[in-house]
Design a binder for this molecule. Sequence first.
Ligand code: GLP
Length: 243
Amino acid sequence: MKIIKAKDYNDMSRKAANIISAQVIMKPDCVLGLATGSTPIGTYAQLADWYQKGDLDFSNVTTVNLDEYKGLTRDNDQSYYYFMNHHLFGRVNIDLKRTFLPDGTEPDSEKACREYDQIITNVGGADLQLLGLGHNGHIGFNEPGEAFEADTHCVTLAESTVEANQRFFASKEDVPRQAYTMGIRTIMQAKKILVVVSGADKAAIVKTAFFGEITPQVPASVLQLHNDVTIVADEAALSEVER
Ligand code: GLP
């Protein structure tokens, strides 16, 4: 595991965007695995900026996102579909037909999950998977549990995740309780993994996930077994590790 220390959030975003842009330049028809949450927003803004300056071309890139809330329509401003369009897809020259997320509007979980796995298989899996890190160690929406779930599945969100995400909704009651998420095996099959982490509130989980025991109770800990993981974290997020 390679850890790149960034000064602050902006520096983290720029460093992460550099890694993603290198991937796109080296392989213009690459498959990017993308993430939502607040952490990658600056990374996407940087990529969009470089695109607007003419330094990046997304026209042949395919994307597969980690997860989507179950039950939110695509025009709901809290859906991850909306998020991706707002922060990245609508700002670069990506072909929307090549951008994929689980279908949150599909009420049949089994169908939604199998269809999404088929899409990931069809595109050949991710060359580079971007990940954020939940406070409880979740990646995508793989919550702490008894076992690592392999494929795309429907999850009931942990109470702490509902609370953490409530800041984006009018009230806690509005936060969906279920989501579709890519499974751990699919994430681990990405050729390269890039984790972005920022802030002192993530310092404890950075230490537990990347320097502690590998256990499904801390889903991100499985990344210790991947042979090409880069963590770009700011000083605040690394503060427990250094201590
Ligand atoms: C969300 C997303 C994750 C994300 C995580 C952390 O619930 N499903 O993909 O990594 O929570 O979010 P944030 O970056 O806002 O801390």
